[in-house]
Design a protein around this ligand. Structure first.
Ligand SMILES: Nc1nc2c(ncn2[C@@H]2O[C@H](COP(=O)(O)OP(=O)(O)OP(=O)(O)O)[C@@H](O)[C@H]2O)c(=O)[nH]1
Ligand SMILES: [Mg+2]
Length: 331
């Protein structure tokens, strides 16, 4: 950031951060733009601010069209083997991680509150895809209500901590506390007894990002000490790619799903399109996930793989395992 900005600019920026509605943010960012000295040294910032203004205008326009009471609501339909919400404080690298793990190209920038809208991307792991949803930052002061809805309806959360941030324990705690106040708890393991029913417990993996940054390894030790009992912690760098393969695998494995392949009689299995089902799923569940009619007409199945001998005939309640090949037979 250029050093010679007028003091009023910092004030406007403060207002921008504190603003809780798009309209208030738009007003603040317009003020920032007005106060910004327009010369070569601020060109980048000028264009950043202009972009923010135009995005906020779009956001407000969209909300007006949606015409709903209670502000904007965004939803991201689930796709793939499972959906994770990217959750964390400003600047932690949530968008950078989405960009590194998927083909999505979200805006990544060195100032806080860059991300304003949900953005999904599909993360490939082996032959399956897991959906990641990038979201605006969460702070002690504010979280977008619609972002909380997306977090609560996801299958899990990736809690992104910023190893370049000296106050990372504080900013991370602020995220957790903010969500907890909204009956949303990020947990490493679901409580055995289901826990408080009014609370949404969300299975969470912590991604300690910016492993490449100066001082990162000391802060990683701190994070492990503080959160090691609570969450699986993966040290990663969205910039160098370090640790990303382990993160992909961990995210897939912790979804608690199995991959099952189907085949038609007399033909080899279709290895290109696994069906993903919850662990413990049966032959009938597989048939239903393909088509309701298929489940209704189901007589028996032949299964190759871990859960049965080669081509063994099994009934509709037979439990499937990861990697099974199934031939469904119906009336
Ligand atoms: N050194 C380093 N910098 C990173 C890494 N990941 C992200 N950054 C930088 O951190 C800054 C913030 O990255 P973003 O991805 O925009 O962070 P965010 O969490 O999406 O931020 P908001 O959308 O504002 O909440 C950018 O300047 C990135 O280039 C990393 O692994 N290493
Ligand atoms: Mg972002």
């Amino acid at each position: 950031m250029p050093a010679n900005l007028p003091p009023q600019y910092a004030k406007a920026e403060e207002q921008y951060r504190a603003a809780s509605t798009p309209a208030a943010r738009l007003e603040a960012v317009r003020e920032m733009y007005r106060l910004l000295p327009k010369h070569k040294g601020t060109e980048k910032l000028q264009s950043d601010l202009k972009q923010r203004i135009s995005r906020l205008r779009d956001e407000i326009e969209q909300a007006r069209h949606a015409g709903k009471k209670g502000g904007i609501s965004y939803r991201v339909p689930h796709e793939g083997a499972g959906q994770y919400a990217l959750v964390g404080p400003p600047n932690a690298g949530k968008s950078a991680l989405l960009g590194a793990l998927t083909r999505a190209r979200p805006e990544v920038a060195a100032y806080p509150f860059t991300t304003r809208l949900p953005q999904p991307g599909m993360m490939a792991w082996e032959d399956v895809a897991v959906q990641l949803v990038d979201l605006p930052a969460v702070t002690a002061e504010f979280v977008e209500p619609w972002a909380v809805n997306i977090i609560r309806s996801a299958d899990g959360a990736v809690l992104v901590a910023d190893l370049a941030d000296e106050d990372l324990l504080e900013t991370t705690e602020a995220v957790l506390a903010r969500l907890a106040r909204l009956h949303t708890e990020l947990v490493g393991q679901l409580p055995d007894d289901g826990g408080d029913e009014a609370v949404r417990h969300l299975p969470t993996v912590m991604a300690a990002n910016k492993l490449d940054a100066a001082g990162a390894s000391d802060r990683l030790a701190l994070v492990r000490e503080y959160y090691g009992d609570r969450y699986p912690i993966l040290a990663v760098s969205a910039v160098t790619g370090a640790g990303l393969d382990q993160l992909r695998e961990t995210l897939y494995r912790r979804l608690g799903v199995i991959r099952v392949y189907t085949k038609v009689p007399g033909r080899p299995a279709d290895r290109s399109h696994p069906y993903t089902l919850p662990e413990g799923a049966t032959v009938a569940d597989l048939a239903r996930s393909i088509h309701n009619d298929l489940e209704r007409g189901l007589k028996y199945a032949r299964v190759w793989g871990q859960s049965a001998f080669e081509g063994q005939s099994v009934g509709r309640d037979h439990r499937l395992h990861d990697g099974d090949v199934v031939e469904l037979h119906s009336h």
